[in-house]
Design a binder for this molecule. Structure first.
Ligand SMILES: [Zn+2]
Length: 472
């Protein structure tokens, strides 16, 4: 695999203007991020959060299409016309149960409520800040083409971007770019794990568990046979595979032989093709489990994700802009806040990593997580950024991420990310050769794999009370 190395980027008038635009809007962006942080709405319920972002884009002169890809909380904000078309992804969904104050010890803002444990309040808002900076350059006639912000809901569960790729919303996009809150600054040229999410339901026959258990056929027995089979199977799968499950239903009371049981299983590996192969094996285990317990069963696909197609050419262009921006610096108070977080989460008191990491080699196998950005990267070349918004080693999806994302450590990272994205988009607009080389690398990596989103037929699972909201 070869990639194209372009000469180091320089501060140009357009990049200075892009960074200055982000600075000029920084108070508004921080206000929006904090608002979404407090709203903390979960997958496909992000009604107010989507509205805050889309309304601000509209006020800034973007044309906004709401309720796209059959999701009331999805939107596309667009400015400019013609080629190139550069897209920026923005997420804004929260995680259940992680409500937290912007304080360095575990104190919920609203006990039991959701919280932004993945920092998506900053993700969507920072991306909007970058889109505005680029829009202002187009408006001033400094660059030509189209910039779009894709407001993509439900990254944490249900995977909103699948419905964008299925609907062909990226078909005319030349290059896409995104960022994610993190505990380090880097141009991300690593892949992610592919996965498939599915349920297995078992249907038996209820009976009194003591008077006439011989009349019963237990759905729960089948579920246990299934997990046993699955756990034995682990030994015969490569260490790149991950399988996790939750028992969603195992019966209601102890004196009834359960006639219904349901398990939600997530299977991951480095490539979607391998995931689908392992899934076939797990389906056989489900069939065997049902046979042993003499019950019926049904396997249902929830959805699946593809691994990210990395792009080192685009990653190197982004890296050059990170080096122009340089390290983030922190006040004594911010470092003390980080130390408190680290103490509370049993981590060494190392503070906050503000320096720019060098561009790393792309590993053959990704380390752990998955993202629906992966699916986008199969239909359009994707450039990916990570920026520090939390103390070093902050546990992911935790109260500590929420705490940092609601105060200045998070705000600083978000503003930095908006600048880095905008500056890289300036390069993409100005440098046709860069766009061509990014595309060429992408074509080579995708090869002859025919991408099909792993998603059941029919509309996305939008909750009833959200239907109809946000449509044009
Ligand atoms: Zn996330």
């Amino acid at each position: 695999m070869h990639f194209f190395k372009h000469p180091a980027q320089k501060w140009t008038a357009n990049k200075k203007a892009a960074a200055a635009s982000v600075d000029a809007h920084s108070q508004q962006l921080i206000f929006i991020s904090d608002k979404i942080w407090v709203l903390a709405e979960t997958a496909l319920e992000e009604v107010e959060s989507a509205k805050v972002l889309a309304n601000f884009a509209e006020e800034q002169g973007f044309t906004v299409e709401r309720g796209v890809a059959e999701m009331p909380t999805a939107f596309i904000a667009s400015y400019g016309s013609g080629k190139p078309v550069i897209a920026i992804l923005g997420e804004f969904d929260a995680l259940p149960g992680l409500s937290q104050k912007a304080e360095p010890s575990k104190v919920p803002l609203n006990a039991g409520a959701p919280g932004h444990g993945c920092g998506h309040n900053m993700f969507g808002t920072g991306s909007l800040g970058a889109a505005i900076a680029v829009k202002e350059l187009i408006e001033a006639g400094k660059i030509q083409g189209t910039v779009r912000l894709y407001g993509t809901p439900a990254e944490e569960t249900l995977f909103g971007k699948l419905y964008f790729t299925r609907g062909g919303y990226f078909d005319d996009v030349d290059i896409c770019i995104d960022w994610h809150p993190a505990d380090e600054i880097k141009s991300n040229v690593q892949s992610s794990k592919a996965l498939v999410d599915f349920t297995v339901e078992f249907y038996g026959q209820a009976a009194h568990a003591s008077s006439d258990p011989w009349n019963g056929r237990s759905a729960l027995d089948a579920l246990e046979f299934f997990t046993n089979g699955l756990n034995y199977q682990r030994e015969h799968m490569k260490p790149t595979v991950r399988i996790h499950y939750q028992i969603m239903n195992g019966g209601a009371v102890v004196n009834v032989v359960p006639d219904y049981a349901r398990i939600w299983t997530r299977l991951r590996d480095s490539k979607a093709g391998d995931v689908m192969k392992h899934w076939e094996r797990l389906k056989q285990i489900a069939a065997g489990a049902a046979m042993m317990a003499n019950v019926d069963y049904e396997v249902k696909l929830i959805s699946g994700l593809h691994e990210v197609v990395p792009n080192r050419t685009g990653g190197a262009a982004l890296q050059a802009n990170l080096e122009l921006l340089g390290a983030l610096e922190y006040s004594k108070e911010e470092i003390a806040f980080a130390h408190d977080i680290q103490e509370a989460t049993d981590k060494p008191l190392t503070g906050i990593r503000g320096e720019v990491n060098p561009l790393k080699e792309t590993a053959e196998h990704p380390s752990g997580g998955s993202t629906d950005v992966g699916d986008v990267s199969w239909v359009v070349p994707e450039i990916r950024l990570r920026v520090t918004t939390a103390a070093e080693d902050t546990p992911g999806h935790s109260w500590a991420v929420v705490a940092c994302g609601g105060m200045s450590i998070g705000h600083k990272g978000m503003i930095y990310a908006a600048k880095a994205l905008a500056m890289t988009i300036v390069d993409l607009f100005e440098d046709e050769k860069l766009r061509k080389d990014i595309h060429e690398e992408w074509v080579e990596r995708v090869g002859d794999y025919e991408y099909v989103p792993i998603v059941p037929e029919g509309p996305p699972p939008v909750p009833d009370h959200v239907m109809g909201i946000g449509e044009n």
